[in-house]
Design a protein around this ligand. Structure first.
Ligand code: PGA
Length: 247
């Protein structure tokens, strides 16, 4: 099996194509009378995708009323009202602009008292919703998907992880001071991601070219968790010319 690679003129075109796929899935599920279950990502990469989804909702009447969402990850120790948290990010850039039902969006709990129990409950909530129909991914320069830093096993599940220092530096711009970036996070596992029926990874800019080449071309290994995506039967990498440069 291999990932399918699609290269677009720019990130707007790539994001519009993925938004159209999500729109088609939601319309199909709405017609069937059952919820579309979306796996969502944070970071700068999905921002144009979320803008495109908001446009589909506002201008083309795409309803998210029956949609259920699960985010990949959350920083440890941050409550959802903190602007640096991923819950806040999602509310700001996507959720508050749509007609989602209260309680239909899920982000791992970064402050749970019983963290292992909360991780098991997150996996169960995904299963109870019927499983992820479509998972959106970015990719970190360490090869992480979600916050599955190297090494992350093919069998890994939702859990607490230690963030790589490269990742902490890459994410520092979202925080007031670099030392404020948490050292830990809660992330869906590789196995959780691979169980999604469809996986759409976005990568933009030349800083991602080397890791995209490794993820799509190297033998799958825990040392580069994104390589596990090659084992998925329906996984597409959506790239702009910069991210494709080294292929
Ligand atoms: P970015 O992060 O979108 O901010 O580049 C991607 C990731 O770390 O998965």
């Amino acid at each position: 099996m291999a990932v399918l690679v699609q290269v677009y003129p720019d990130k707007q075109a790539a994001s519009a194509a993925v938004a159209a796929k999500i729109g088609a899935l939601i319309r199909r599920r709405n017609a069937e009378g059952r919820p579309a279950v979306l796996g969502l990502a944070t970071g700068s990469t999905p921002l144009p995708l979320y803008a495109a989804l908001v446009r589909l909702h506002r201008e083309e009447g795409l309803s998210f009323r029956e949609v259920v969402t699960f985010n990949l990850d959350e920083y440890e120790g941050l409550t959802g009202d903190r602007p640096e948290s991923y819950r806040y990010f999602m509310e700001e850039h996507l959720f508050r602009h749509l007609d989602l039902r209260a309680g239909s969006t899920h982000v791992p709990d970064g402050i749970a008292d019983d963290q292992p129990g909360a991780c098991v409950a997150y996996e169960q909530a995904i299963r109870d919703a019927g499983g992820l129909d479509l998972q959106i991914l970015g990719i970190g320069r360490t090869g992480h998907i979600g916050f599955n830093e190297p090494p992350s096993a093919r069998e890994s599940r939702t859990r607490r992880v230690q963030l790589d220092e490269v990742t902490r530096r890459d994410n520092a711009s979202f925080f007031t001071r670099p030392e404020d970036v948490p050292h830990g996070a809660i992330t869906m596992g590789v196995a959780t991601i691979l169980e999604a029926r469809q996986v759409e990874l976005l990568a933009f800019g030349s800083s991602k070219a080397a890791i995209v080449r490794r993820a799509s071309g190297e033998v799958p290994t825990s040392a580069c968790p994104a390589t596990w995506l090659q084992l998925h039967p329906d996984c597409t990498f959506h790239l702009d010319p910069g991210a494709n440069a080294a292929l």
